[in-house]
Design a protein around this ligand. Sequence first.
Ligand code: AMP
Ligand code: ZN
Length: 113
Amino acid sequence: MSCLFCRIAQGEIPSTKVYEDDRVLAFRDINPQAPVHVLVVPKEHLSDLNDLSPERQALGGHILNVLAHLAEQEGLKTQGYRVVANTGENAGQTVPHLHFHLLGGRGFGWPPG
Ligand code: AMP
Ligand code: ZN
């Protein structure tokens, strides 16, 4: 298996886990862009949001629930936070396994650069 986040999800490559269940893994980003920077990935390989087809609606909803849960767990619920899913070339996606960034602990500009 060559996909980096599949290998992390299988435990073949170490990560700093902050949440895990049967469908999802969350771990700290290796190159954090904010005081809190967590990645939430499905254990099933999906390349990006385009793979989150209507049959996977429940998985998508679950990931959003996990993101909200983690925001609270990381102490971000009151101060606010950002969730990002870079998708494809124009968004600068570098790892072709669907992932959501949870970023917090500082302010963010808008629109993004
Ligand atoms: P993206 O650029 O949206 O595809 O995000 C990929 C993210 O994965 C980047 O923020 C990287 O810092 C992060 N990343 C790459 N390799 C690892 C790793 N082994 N463990 C944790 N995060 C990683
Ligand atoms: Zn994968």
